[in-house]
Design a protein around this ligand. Structure first.
Ligand code: AHR
Length: 492
């Protein structure tokens, strides 16, 4: 049977939140220092910000960037990183076992966000949270708001998104907690933070979305907000629940099917959030985009250890895995309010800096295509083709979710452009495919592929990029072996 893909541009599923194209910059490895901040380099501006990195963020239209960690935030005190630079203390850094100079801190990051045109999203630790929100957001005559003024910033920054800790369940975390302790503390801090600034949106610290931690903390913290501090979007103090997943495998098919685990995680988390709401009698939010997938990517920490700066060298296989990840976020747009690739520069990143320029890894190209074109509304899309039936990573993918060789998602934007993204994960077969239910004419076809699934874009090689051509929309279309194809046409 000829493989087929059907979609109807009228069958909209849900509005896509632009924040699914979020980034993440942590004080880790060369992400901040030597990444976004590189004073003295002739590629940097008067603030020390790398101009080529800023341009890359603008090209990707990154709407929101998480900061300053990650694990880094566990022992970070934001006060160390504000005020005159020569007075800022150098501190031992315990997450990645280094030294933090504090040369780059809150005001520098928020300035950088303004230059890039992106929104900040801060992860906090409980000890220092209230004063940090006051410093960033208060317009009152109070101590930390005045400290901000002294440091040269009169108007509040109005940082909207704040995460209630990072991976607080993790044994590597300084300040690791039990789910019971976390739920109790997170709820009390949420109350205090919302009393200080009701306009902020709080993100609860989850795990993978399918753990007893997630089940418990949701049940305890998604409660009807008696203080009425939730704002218009929610009747709970908590706006979103965060989950983290990294995928990786040395074998191509497990590598490219692994992101399907994230799809199941989103579905399960959405169910757990609904359950907590139903049991605690909290009215649902509209839209129901209550999952913040604030760390996702391909990462194998044994291949690229965090302590060494986690500089992954991405293959074509990884680029296809990232493409499947992005298909997942498009397909699940009804649930995902934000997603942040971890990370955005040098550390597990599609973008690498050298002293003299930028390297765009294989994974940059699918990210660019999706971020440029897959916006607007998700469309319902059905794929009929063979399924991969071998081992998966993790093994439980098999039996919980399908793994077709063609992994697809589709969108329609506000100007009527339809985009269909199709990842062919097969290593040796192209699929000659019939498109059904749509009148596609004057189609622009973008393809991301390479000689084999192991090729990389490092060491001066540029093996993977975007190839563009036109197609009249007639007959079948071939999706080449190990490729991402994006088709774009205007709805007639
Ligand atoms: O992104 C790298 C690290 O992975 C983050 O610091 C942490 O939150 C996660 O374990």
């Amino acid at each position: 049977e000829t493989p087929s893909i059907s979609l109807n541009p009228s069958h909209k599923l849900s509005k896509i939140n632009d924040n699914i194209y979020g980034g993440f910059t942590e004080h880790m490895g060369r992400c901040i220092y030597g990444g976004i901040y590189d004073p003295g380099n002739e590629l940097s501006d008067e603030n020390g910000f790398r101009k080529d990195v800023i341009e890359a963020f603008k090209e990707l239209r990154v709407p929101v960037v998480r900061y300053p960690g990650g694990n880094f935030v566990a022992t970070y005190h934001w006060l160390d990183g504000v005020g005159p630079k020569h007075k800022r203390p150098r501190r031992p850094e315990l997450a990645w076992i280094g030294v933090e100079s504090n040369e780059f801190g809150t005001d520098e990051f928020l300035k950088w966000c303004e230059v890039v045109g992106t929104e900040p999203y801060f992860a906090l630790n409980f000890g220092t949270a209230l004063a940090w929100v006051e410093y960033c957001n208060s317009s009152k005559d109070t101590y930390y708001a005045n400290l901000r003024r002294e440091n040269g910033r009169e108007k509040p920054y109005n940082v909207k998104y704040w995460a209630l800790g990072n991976e607080m369940w993790g044994p590597w975390q300084v300040g690791q907690m039990t789910k019971e302790d976390y739920a109790k503390q997170a709820y009390q801090w949420a109350k205090a933070l919302k009393l200080l600034d009701p306009s902020i949106e709080l993100i609860l610290c989850g795990e993978t979305g399918f753990s007893s931690w997630d089940t418990y903390v949701l049940k305890e913290c998604i409660k009807f907000d008696l203080h009425g501090l939730g704002g218009s979007n929610t009747a709970s103090l908590i706006s979103m629940h965060s989950i983290h997943i990294y995928t990786a495998s040395e074998s191509h098919l497990p590598n490219t099917t692994a992101p399907r685990a994230a799809e199941r995680a989103i579905e399960i988390t959405a169910g757990l959030i609904d359950l907590a709401r139903i049991e605690n009698k909290v009215p649902p939010t509209v839209p129901r985009q209550t999952i913040c997938f604030d760390e996702w990517n391909v990462w194998d920490p044994t291949r690229a250890p965090g302590e060494d700066g986690a500089e992954e060298r991405y293959t074509l296989s990884d680029a296809l895995a990232v493409s499947v990840w992005l298909n997942v976020f498009i397909r699940q747009s009804q649930h995902v309010g934000m997603a942040n690739i971890a990370q955005s520069v040098n550390v597990i990143s599609p973008l690498m800096t050298t002293k003299t320029g930028l390297v765009k890894q294989t994974t940059w190209w699918p990210l660019l295509l999706f971020s440029k074109y897959m916006r607007g509304h998700t469309l319902s899309v059905h794929v009929a083709c063979g399924e991969y039936e071998g081992a998966t990573e993790p093994a439980w993918i098999r039996g919980t979710i399908e793994t077709p060789f063609l992994d697809a998602s589709a969108t329609i934007d506000d100007s009527g452009w339809v985009s269909l993204a199709v990842v062919n994960i097969h290593e040796t077969s192209a699929f000659e495919t019939r498109l059904e239910g749509m009148r596609a004419e004057d189609v622009v076809v973008y393809t991301v592929t390479g000689a084999n699934v192991k090729v990389v874009n490092m060491d001066g090689q540029q093996e993977v990029g975007i190839h563009e051509r036109n197609w009249d929309g007639k007959g079948t279309i071939s999706f080449p072996k190990h490729s991402l194809t994006m088709l774009r046409w205007r709805r007639t």
